[in-house]
Design a protein around this ligand. Structure first.
Ligand SMILES: [Zn+2]
Length: 264
């Protein structure tokens, strides 16, 4: 049987499996090792969609140990050109509250020690001033109840922030905090993929309020309460996506450049 093909992918939590109908799972080895799980390819309202659980099928990979390079590479190998990336985030400022859905437009990388590039030789400098695909971002933001804009700071984890760190991030004007948004976004850009995050605010980060600080249970509980809403929303967005390359330059920034890697 030939490998299934999908143009659109969702990288998300394992709660998304039932999002797909008629699922086929496919193992996709890559030059960078195995992705965090076999890729599930199924149907969403008539469109083939690839789904990859970011943390593995049983949530076995913490944020700092996810093989981000293998994940993006595996998706592109199956024909994927557009990646929707739902993720859980903490809120840093009063303008967001738990349960909010936000499409951030900027990213600050505070991770360390993660391999964040496929470039291993030569002069390839990836444009990243606007880290997310404008066309996908707009398609997500057009959904009911989704707001657009704001900066997401990505920390190394797996620990949460101290109160001082959290206050510092909020003082910078940054809105959201998360542990997986980088290097996912830049690797997608290097592979000439359209990529946009959809952040679900699950808690207010430590130090922003005077509470106990964020805990794992709170994050999972808020995510579980909102998963059906997220799935419905994504299904609608998948049906309304522009053609790849329409309204963005995600697939063309490297035209004329000698990338040091062969695109799958
Ligand atoms: Zn794009």
């Amino acid at each position: 049987m030939p490998a299934p093909h999908a143009r659109v992918a969702v990288i998300g939590g394992s709660g998304f499996y039932e999002f797909l109908g008629d699922v086929r799972e496919v193992e996709v080895p890559t030059p960078y090792g195995d992705p965090t799980a076999p890729v599930a390819v199924g149907d969403v309202a008539g469109t083939p969609v690839a789904f990859l659980p970011r943390h593995g099928k049983g949530h076995e990979f913490p944020p700092h140990l996810i093989n981000y390079r293998a994940n993006l590479w595996a998706l592109r190998s199956l024909g994927v050109r557009q990646v929707l990336a739902p993720c859980a985030v903490g809120g840093l400022r009063d303008e967001v509250a738990p349960g909010d859905l936000v499409v951030p437009d900027q990213l600050v990388d505070r991770t360390s020690g993660r391999v964040q590039s496929y470039v291993e030789r030569g002069a390839v400098h990836v444009p990243f001033a606007d880290p997310y695909c404008p066309a996908l971002s707009q398609a997500l933001a057009a959904a009911d109840g989704v707001r657009q804009g704001g900066t997401m700071v990505v920390i190394e984890g797996p620990r949460f922030s101290t109160r001082a760190e959290s206050r510092h991030y909020a003082d910078q004007g940054w809105t959201l905090i998360n542990m997986t948004g980088h290097p996912e976004a830049v690797l997608a850009r290097e592979l000439l993929l359209c990529y946009a995050p959809l952040a679900l605010v699950t808690d207010m980060d430590a130090g922003v309020g005077s509470g106990e600080g964020v805990g794992q249970e709170e994050v999972f509980a808020t995510f579980a309460r909102n998963i059906d809403r997220l799935k419905d929303l994504l299904a609608g967005v998948v049906g309304a996506l522009p053609a790849p390359g329409e309204g963005c330059a995600c697939a063309s920034w490297a035209d004329g450049l000698d990338l040091s890697y062969e695109l799958p």
